[in-house]
Design a protein around this ligand. Structure first.
Ligand code: 3EB
Length: 339
């Protein structure tokens, strides 16, 4: 089936939200055609406050790109609502939703995470958008705790427990990142579709559900990237990992080179399924970097400016990555260049 919607021709008939980083004007309401907006920074930063139906504020300090928000533009009318503690907004093809769970209400991270994912699973199975495509997860002190008590590993166990009831044929693409601030919250937001995406794996990296025991009792389960529509690839949080091992501890530059190897391999594979997507980083690529040490900012900014077409907006956020030897991680949206 070929269909024309908003100027985008697709073969599958799925039309992705158009996603871009743009400046938020303080005090302005979200335009009606926005499905979801992700803002970064403290509660008193400009833009819609916490609790706005069509969006979330992630409490990570922007080191570069302050004031930029990630806007997801809808296709068709937007319907927003709540279901218990979940806030959601949906268009003709996709649903965005957010759930923020105070850890103390559940007696700790593992139970809070299990609860959050059980809520997600229950909601998703009734939502009319059954295909979970992409999740983002933010928690405090992600590297605290020794060995299997490290909070990222505890999170992984809680997530697996909560998701048990959801039949996911393909694990979604995902990001799990640590706040530098103390928020007390597990923040979870996600994108789901009426139609499934196509999971893209990275042959340089071990499938997460096959990670060996040394990384924790419950291996994570996520796809390295999800082709949401013929014109949008959503790449998972991508770090300097080859096989299952972290590479280049101590070198931000070399970790970044490894990340770009991983990203471009995923882009090349996605291009084989979706020829509208470029096989390399280009004008349709949006990157947000999560950076552990702010003194590495200049290196990251220089590299992103060098790799992205001139003037491409990008974000660098102060954050912790799920393994303490990883200095940074990238989220990447890879869209067909605007026509
Ligand atoms: C990695 O490749 C780095 O637990 O869902 C990246 C993306 C990472 C998602 C997850 C973890 C997750 O293993 C960490």
């Amino acid at each position: 089936m070929t269909q024309q919607t908003g100027g985008v021709t697709t073969r599958l008939g799925v039309v992705a939200p158009r996603m871009e980083y743009r400046a938020v004007e303080s005090g302005r309401e979200l335009p009606d055609d926005v499905l979801f907006a992700v803002q970064f920074g403290r509660d008193d930063a400009p833009g819609p406050a916490r609790g706005v139906a069509r969006g979330v504020r992630v409490r990570l300090e922007p080191l570069s790109g302050a004031g930029l928000a990630e806007f997801w533009y809808a296709n068709g009318a937007v319907r927003a609502g709540t279901a218990g503690a979940i806030r959601f907004a949906a268009d003709d093809h996709h649903l965005a939703a957010v759930l923020e769970v105070p850890e103390h209400e559940h007696g700790g991270l593992q139970a809070a995470t299990a609860h959050a994912y059980a809520q997600l699973a229950r909601f998703q199975s009734q939502s009319g958008y059954p295909h979970l495509l992409r999740t983002w997860n933010y928690l405090d002190a992600i590297n605290c705790g020794a060995d299997d008590a490290e909070r990222y590993r505890v999170f992984c166990t809680g997530r697996a427990t909560g998701l048990q009831s959801l039949r996911v044929e393909r694990a979604p693409a995902a990001t799990v990142i640590g706040h530098h601030a103390t928020t007390g919250l597990l923040q979870l937001y996600w994108l789901a579709g009426r139609a499934p995406g196509i999971a893209i794996e990275n042959p340089r990296q071990t499938a997460p559900h096959h990670y060996p025991r040394q990384y924790g009792p419950t291996p994570p389960s996520f796809s390295r990237a999800m082709l949401v529509a013929p014109d949008l690839l959503m790449v998972s949080g991508t770090a300097s990992i080859v096989g299952h091992a972290s590479r280049h501890p101590g070198s931000v530059q070399r970790q970044m080179d490894e990340i770009f190897e991983n990203l471009e391999l995923l882009m090349a594979r996605a291009h084989a399924h979706a020829p509208a997507l470029s096989a390399q980083t280009g004008s349709g690529t949006s990157i947000k970097a999560y950076l552990r040490h702010r003194e590495d900012l200049a290196v990251v900014e220089r590299e992103l400016a060098r790799r992205l077409p001139a003037g491409t907006p990008f974000l660098v956020l102060a954050a912790d990555v799920c393994r303490s030897d990883l200095l940074l991680e990238f989220d990447c949206l890879h869209a067909a260049p605007a026509r």
